[in-house]
Design a protein around this ligand. Sequence first.
Ligand code: NZQ
Ligand code: ZN
Length: 388
Amino acid sequence: MLMENFQYYNPTKILFGKDVIDQLCTEASVYGKKCIIIIGQGSVKKSGLYARVLSLMNISGLEHVTFEGVKSNPLYQDAEEAIELAKENKVDLIVAIGGGSVIDTAKAVAMGFYADHSVWDFYLQKAPRPTKALPLLNILTLAATGTEMNSATVLQDTVSGMKKGYSAPCLFPKVSFLDPTFTQTVPLNYTAYGVADLISHSLEQFFGKGDAPLSDLYTASVIKLAIDYGLKIRKDPENFEYRSQIMWLATNALNGTLKAGKNSGDWGVHGLEHTLSVLYDIPHGAGLSIVYPAWLKQHQPQINAKLAFLAKHVFEIQETDEVLAANIFITQLEAFFTQIETPIRLNQADIHINDQEKIISNFKLNKVTGSVYPLGEKEYEEILAKMW
Ligand code: NZQ
Ligand code: ZN
């Protein structure tokens, strides 16, 4: 196998470290005079971050309106409301303050601002790819998705039961402010889901097509460090150093670096998980820590060598028998998820076996598949059987 052709492009400016948001208005002034601030369901008000941002904007004269209330596992309907507010107020730019849900909604607003159709049409692939979007600046408060440095957005429609990802080059944020201090208030459960998400992003790309040893070793390092700091943070949740490492790991796990030469990755596990979060509103990372081990077990005969590589470079396992080493990798990954208290079986997330048919139907509705490892009805059933 050869390294696959690829394009590497990432225009997002990152300002990382304590108090970097003091530069917010200087950075924003490049893009205009009036912004829409987008926030979630209250964490940034509780922490005082929102008030601090307003104060910076008021001092510098950056005008602002706020859209508040984006829910975790965000809805396209909320994005449409925010688009209306942005249009009514003729804003020049967006400032998103929050986690992945807030930033993904902000990306929808960025492209929806210039569209004369429902923003959901982009996600349903019913509208031409946008070429124009409002400039987006982010203040990230939760380390997990990597959305702060990529061009992807994921929204859902609970009415139709669909959760869809979408990506366009114009959706790369202009600037993302990564101050680990703002993640110190993330509770341990969401911290763990974030670590599970960043490990899953690393795995999705690792299982892409192509022979890319630099990407593979980089990926193994990201997973190894995520496990290391994912355990350390539990003993000292406010530790700035640990929060810093986790934050930068999460960004690197999905900013394009790990997929170089891997034809973008597989992404079947994410497809399966997204349908669980639209059905049960389960946090994304918690869904992934259930689906990934099941997917690995299902595909094990095809991926033993790859799993043995991870066993060696992530867990320093010296076992030379590929199958045994692969088994150890899966067992240790599950043990790690259990240690950080993110679920590995559906019943731990209060989802029970009598929902089997409902879940399979939703996999079908969302036409879930992977790029390298195709999924169909047979695989849906076999993978789901391993999640109970
Ligand atoms: O809504 P608020 O009050 O802000 O509370 C949030 C929310 O309840 C809270 N939170 C965030 N920062 C906090 C905090 N609580 C205390 N202190 C803080 N500093 O945490 C909860 C979860 O937030 P959310 O934004 O939903 O989490 P996450 O960052 O994990 O984002 C998940 C969403 O991103 C999508 C997922 O599917 C899911 O919808 N993804 C986006 C991707 C992308 N755009 O590249 C890739 C991912 O694979 C993923 O699919
Ligand atoms: Zn993810």
